[in-house]
Each structure stands twice: as structure tokens, then as C-alpha cells.
Design a protein. Structure first.
Length: 154
């Protein structure tokens, strides 16, 4: 008998604006942080009402990249091409990262123009651009995903 568990596969997207990349260079000189990231407010448990990165389950027949594109469009109204997504170097698979069970996520970075419109949809109550200097508490381990993603853009 083997001790196995069901593992769910998800994809999350760190969406930053193009001005973030220029600001990273300036911030090294000025010794401050800046930039904006897109977050959605969850409309369902777990973490209902909490802020999170856009993302969700990888559906049957999808790659994680395709799921990331779909989820970003559904939850925030932002449309990107799969080739526009760059993978975050880590896989996020801590056994306790989601209270519903074992979830493994592939995370991607999308860089979009300043002023890209966003519209909350699907299971998002709200969608907003947040300054990297003033982030709310994030659901799941999305603070870790964001930290790894932003560090990779420097």
C-alpha cells in the first residue's frame, strides 16, 4: 500500500507594468522600491475577501501557461498571449500552501503597459493595481510568489 495524495495543479500570474522595470533601475540609485502589481480580491473561500494574484486551476487539456492566460482574462480582463508570459524560476508546492489540500502552482510574470485597463470578473470581487511599497496581506503564499517574481526582474 502506498501513501499518496491528490495533487491539484494551478497557475498564478504576477502582472507588473512596464514602468516597473525602469523604476527598478532608478530605485537601485535612489535606494527605494516602487512599481505596481495587479491583485484581485477573492470572492470565494478560502481567503474570501483577501487579495491575491490572478490564477486558478489548470483545466483538462490545458498547459499551465494556457491556464494562466485564461485566468488572467477571466479574473481581471487582461489579455496576453501565452508567449508573453515568462515562468517564475520556482515551483510553489509547500504541502500547506492551500487549506483545501495539496496544490502545486506554476507562476508566470506578465509585463503590461502602464494604463492597462482591468475589470474584475469570474471569481474576483475586485481588481486593482497596488504599489509594491504598500501591499495588503496576500492569500495563500502569494507574497512569496510575488517576492521571487519581482526579484527575478531586477
Amino acid at each position: 500500500m502506498t501513501d499518496t495524495e491528490t495533487i491539484f495543479y494551478t497557475a498564478d500570474v504576477v502582472v507588473i507594468t512596464r514602468d516597473h522595470l525602469l523604476r527598478r533601475l532608478l530605485n537601485r540609485i535612489l535606494r527605494r522600491t516602487s512599481g505596481r502589481v495587479l491583485l484581485i480580491q477573492r470572492d470565494w473561500p478560502p481567503h474570501e475577501g483577501a487579495w491575491a494574484l490572478p490564477g486558478g486551476h489548470v483545466d483538462r487539456g490545458e498547459t499551465s501557461r494556457q491556464a494562466a492566460v485564461r485566468e488572467l482574462a477571466e479574473e481581471a480582463g487582461v489579455h496576453v498571449q501565452p508567449a508573453d508570459l515568462q515562468p517564475v524560476a520556482d515551483t510553489f508546492d509547500a504541502p500547506d500552501r492551500d487549506p483545501r489540500g495539496r496544490y502545486v502552482t506554476a507562476a508566470y510574470i506578465a509585463v503590461v503597459p502602464v494604463g492597462t485597463p482591468i475589470v474584475a470578473g469570474d471569481d474576483a470581487r475586485d481588481a486593482r493595481w497596488w504599489s509594491l511599497d504598500a501591499l495588503p496581506d496576500l492569500a495563500f503564499d502569494h507574497d512569496e510568489i510575488l517576492r521571487v517574481a519581482v526579484a527575478s526582474t531586477s
